[in-house]
Design a protein around this ligand. Structure first.
Ligand SMILES: *Cc1c(COP(=O)(O)O)cnc(C)c1O
Length: 468
């Protein structure tokens, strides 16, 4: 055992964590050769989103919808009530949302962006400003399509991959106050708050910051809408890092977080341990009424919203499993294990290690490439070629273009290694870190790329590249 880890163990007298489950079924994977992978990534236009899943060994593209469901969730699938209206599975899901998160009204949607679409249409008017703790691709796009403009109010530390602030998801209240003073509260339909901020690298917001934000927004009569996709992972970090929370359960912390917000959009494909689904939640009767009207246009009846009964049943169970303390410890523990291995190899990653994945700093990994040569896109392609590990770009390609056509140049140029929940083993984590190190050793020889096809919306999904 490595001396550092041994010393930590000795000082804390803790034994290793392990998964609070065992395997009952396994999915066999195809093993490929390097020559096959070189061909596959070229055919995919050097975009890992365009690879065939079959050609991937360890799939870290996303933690979205890639979770392993439990035996209880699978049993729930068989019990799903497929009635067009009034499905029992809807009421089970509604009960889970009300009991675990505390929101009053719930409308299912096919996934998170379905909820974002409806909520943005209801709350945002042309010319409105939506401040938020860092943008998320689909969230910001729906805000913009509804006529609003997103303004980033996350603390500056979040934009610095080397800053070890324990709560990089925090809001800078001075930034928010400046926006309120400039535009007036009436121009701000809500503040958009993500828990465990995805694009900052899975970084949490603290309870203290949320409380402060809540009192500021109450005073100024501005709603807080919660992008609660990873709320349980955020709660885990609060439990581990914030004073006064070490004796509280994840379930208690989750409930308190939600209590400071007025409504939420959820992609159940993340925290809630399912393969598809989401919902919109609100405490406001008026918003609920409007959402019930709109969901029929875009998703389906308010008691299924684009989901099968079985999917709602799996979500109802997954929400409860997601707030189990042992589950979150193993979940985030595995991500931290991989991150620490990367750090030992000297690979530059965003710190502190986030909740749902490791974010490699591509600017530091490939310092000889300019941002216009797509360092993160290039690195993701090289990692796939090395070992069949599929990661994804979160940098200039994901950031897209401004409404005037110019590229956004995000400060962070990252490759995301997202870990699906309950899917891979510690041995897989070893292979991921070791093969990234192989690429690191030959990094100075890696050339950049140019974009040869660019779709209009969310270009990172379908853009194609060629090697320079
Ligand atoms: C995934 C995600 C969404 C969108 O949800 P989908 O289910 O993919 O539509 C919104 N916000 C955050 C933070 C996410 O990670």
């Amino acid at each position: 055992m490595n001396q550092k880890i041994y010393n930590i163990m000795k000082s804390t007298k803790k034994i290793s964590w392990a998964e609070p489950y065992r395997m009952k079924m396994v999915e066999l994977l195809k093993m490929t050769t390097k020559a096959q992978r070189v061909k596959a990534i070229k055919e995919a236009g050097y975009n890992t989103f365009l690879l065939k899943s079959e050609d991937v060994y360890i799939d870290l593209l996303t933690d979205s919808g890639t979770n392993a469901m439990s035996d209880r969730q699978w049993s729930g699938m068989f019990m799903g009530d497929e009635a067009y209206a009034g499905s029992r599975s809807f009421y089970n899901m509604e009960k889970s949302v009300q009991e675990i998160y505390g929101y009053k009204h719930v409308i299912p949607t096919h996934q998170g962006r379905g909820a974002e679409n409806i909520l943005s249409k209801i709350l945002i008017k042309k010319g409105d400003i939506i401040p938020g703790n860092m943008y998320f691709t689909t969230t910001r796009l729906h805000q913009e399509l509804a006529g609003g403009k997103f303004e980033d109010i996350i603390i500056d530390e979040a934009h610095d991959p080397n800053n070890e602030h324990p709560f990089k998801g925090n809001v800078d209240l001075k930034k928010l106050d400046a926006i309120v003073k400039k535009h007036g509260a009436s121009k701000i339909p809500y503040v958009s708050i993500a828990t465990n901020v995805n694009l900052a690298g899975g970084q949490p917001i603290s309870m203290a910051n949320l409380r402060e934000l809540h009192s500021y927004c109450t005073k100024n009569k501005i709603r807080i809408i919660h992008d609660m996709t990873r709320v349980a992972e955020n709660a885990y970090f609060i439990q581990q890092r914030e004073k006064g929370f070490d004796k509280k359960s994840i379930a208690q912390i989750v409930k308190e977080i939600c209590s400071y917000t007025d409504g939420a959009t959820m992609s159940a494909k993340k925290d809630a341990l399912v393969n598809i689904g989401g919902f919109l939640a609100t405490n406001e009767m008026d918003t609920y009424e409007k959402a019930r009207n709109l969901v029929v246009v875009y998703e389906g009846m308010p008691t299924y919203g684009g989901l099968a009964g079985r999917d709602m049943e799996a979500i109802a169970i997954g929400i409860r499993e997601s707030v189990d303390d042992h589950h979150q410890h193993a979940r985030v523990g595995q991500v931290e294990y991989l991150g620490n291995k990367m750090i030992e190899f000297g690979i530059p990653i965003v710190k502190p290690i986030g909740g749902h994945g490791i974010f490699v700093d591509a600017k530091a990994f490939l310092p000889h490439l300019t941002q216009d040569e797509f360092p993160a896109q290039t690195l993701a392609a090289e990692i796939y070629i090395e070992s069949g590990v599929r990661t994804m770009e979160r940098g200039i390609v994901s950031a897209g273009r401004k409404s005037n056509g110019q590229n956004y140049y995000p400060k962070l140029e990252l490759v995301r290694f997202t870990i699906p929940r309950r899917v891979y083993t510690q041995a897989h984590m070893d292979v991921i870190a070791e093969s990234t190190y192989e690429v690191y050793k030959r990094r100075s020889k890696i050339k950049g790329m140019k974009m040869v096809y660019e779709p209009q919306y969310l270009r990172f999904f379908q853009a194609r590249f060629e090697k320079l």
